[in-house]
Design a protein around this ligand. Structure first.
Ligand code: AMP
Ligand code: MG
Length: 423
């Protein structure tokens, strides 16, 4: 722990390490590659065959022997046409040419392709005048030029991106062993919370954390499970959590973890599992509870007690829950985390020393040559969700006085920054 002004806090790195230690990749399963986008491989993928599997032409033109076109122009008889998917009827003999189309197998006996633009049809297409000499192998894609048989193509921990799914298809692999998509329950707590559009009664606020967290879960590639809202009532909180732990791979709660809270979430969680209650040395999102609960069917289910303040809740998700959930999904270190980049502060981002790292909601924009620039996205109170919603990055301000105008600052990108310079 670290302390400031007599209060002890958990360093951010320690809190993250504690969370990640409690999150293990979900047991892998074999699944069809179709529909596995975004899943993480649990085993290496090895090519059983070369890609391409046969020599084929990269160009429309004429298959020849390079030796036959050493002196040009030269006119050769066109003895066949070779189209993609249709091998040549016979080998190419010395002094012959075959018309060939992109992707078609290069006929046996041919060792080069002359592109059609460097030729002229003769004799009604029965012959062709070749106007350039070519080297052996010209425009020929050799077997294995993309992948060779026996090659380790992807490793455990690699996410199945669209291009990787394309590669798997190119190898004829239609089943993959991956970590399943984590099912993540989200429950909000608080007597003051209401949903829907009805006018607010005195003291009521609208439950904004649950929809936002459910959407974050979905956006991160996981399956959101709405566990509803529990009032500050022990039995209701216990029932919601029990449902979450039974039906989900991880559970997020919001509210009830602050210092002065009516300790019901605490009471219930402490009964369920070995929770650690932390005051992390950060702002916003200082309070965090984390623990692993045994489900009735003996699974270890990480439970995140996120703070109730709307901005804190979302920042806490970014810093702790998302990495933990990505670990469940199979991502290795450091890919559980969002990328951190260097940026220039286009305005001063000030703060006061308080022993904490501050995460300032900022707008990041890529300017000249892609250099990132940031400015505050608005009010930085932990209840000011609108500024969080305008932000696409969190600026990381270590303990101290912040950054001055033009200073360098580290940012965590939450979304793609708009880039100047695209037409
Ligand atoms: P708590 O952590 O329960 O003490 O809540 C801290 C602050 O966040 C209080 O102002 C709550 O009213 C507010 N809050 C708690 N839960 C939510 C929620 N689901 N949506 C919006 N605000 C919330
Ligand atoms: Mg509360």
């Amino acid at each position: 722990t670290t302390s400031y002004g007599g209060r002890s806090m958990t360093p951010l790195d320690e809190a993250i390490a504690h969370v990640l230690a409690g999150c293990r990749p979900l047991p892998p399963a074999s699944t069809p590659a179709a529909g596995a986008r975004g899943r993480v491989l649990a085993a290496d993928v090895v090519a059983a065959e070369p890609v391409p599997s046969f020599a084929n032409t990269a160009m429309d033109g004429y298959a020849v022997r390079a030796a036959d076109v050493a002196v040009v122009p030269v006119t050769l008889p066109v003895v066949a046409e070779v189209a993609a998917g249709h091998p040549a009827p016979r080998p190419l003999a010395a002094g012959e040419a075959m018309r060939i189309f992109t992707g078609a197998p290069v006929p046996e006996g041919a060792d080069a392709v002359v592109m059609v633009e460097r030729t002229e049809r003769r004799d009604g297409g029965k012959a062709v005048e070749i106007q350039v000499s070519v080297d052996v192998g010209n425009h020929v894609r050799e077997p294995g030029e993309d992948l060779h048989a026996g090659q380790r193509v992807f490793g455990a921990g690699d996410e199945l991106t669209p291009a990787r799914l394309g590669v798997l298809a190119s190898l004829g692999i239609d089943e993959v062993t991956v970590h399943p998509r984590p099912r993540v329950g989200v429950m909000s707590t608080g007597d003051e919370l209401v949903t829907g559009s009805a006018p607010l009664q005195p003291g009521q606020i609208r439950d904004s954390n649950r929809p936002a967290l459910l959407a974050l879960v979905e956006h991160a590639g996981f399956e959101p499970v709405d566990l509803g809202r529990a009032p500050d009532d022990e039995a209701a909180i216990a029932a919601g959590l029990a449902r979450g732990v039974t039906t989900c791979d991880a559970v997020l709660t919001s509210g009830g973890v602050s210092m002065g809270d009516i300790d019901l979430v605490k009471v219930v969680l402490d009964r369920l599992g070995d929770m650690r209650w932390m005051q992390v040395a950060i702002r916003p999102a200082k309070p965090l509870a984390f623990g692993v609960v045994r489900s009735p069917d003996k699974r270890s289910v990480p439970v995140f007690g996120l703070p109730g303040n709307p901005v804190s809740s979302l920042v806490s998700f970014e810093l702790f829950a998302r990495p933990g959930l990505r670990r469940l999904a199979g991502y290795p270190h450091p890919r559980v985390h969002r990328p951190r980049m260097a940026a220039t502060a286009d305005e001063a981002l000030t703060r006061r020393p308080d022993g904490k790292t501050h995460f300032v909601r900022v707008l990041a924009e890529a300017g000249e040559r892609g250099a990132l620039h940031v400015r505050s996205s608005g009010g930085q109170g932990s209840h000011q969700l609108a500024a969080m919603a305008r932000a696409n990055a969190l600026a990381v301000l270590p303990d101290g006085d912040g950054v001055t105008l033009g200073g360098r600052v580290e940012v965590i990108l939450l979304d793609e920054p708009p880039t100047q310079g695209w037409a």
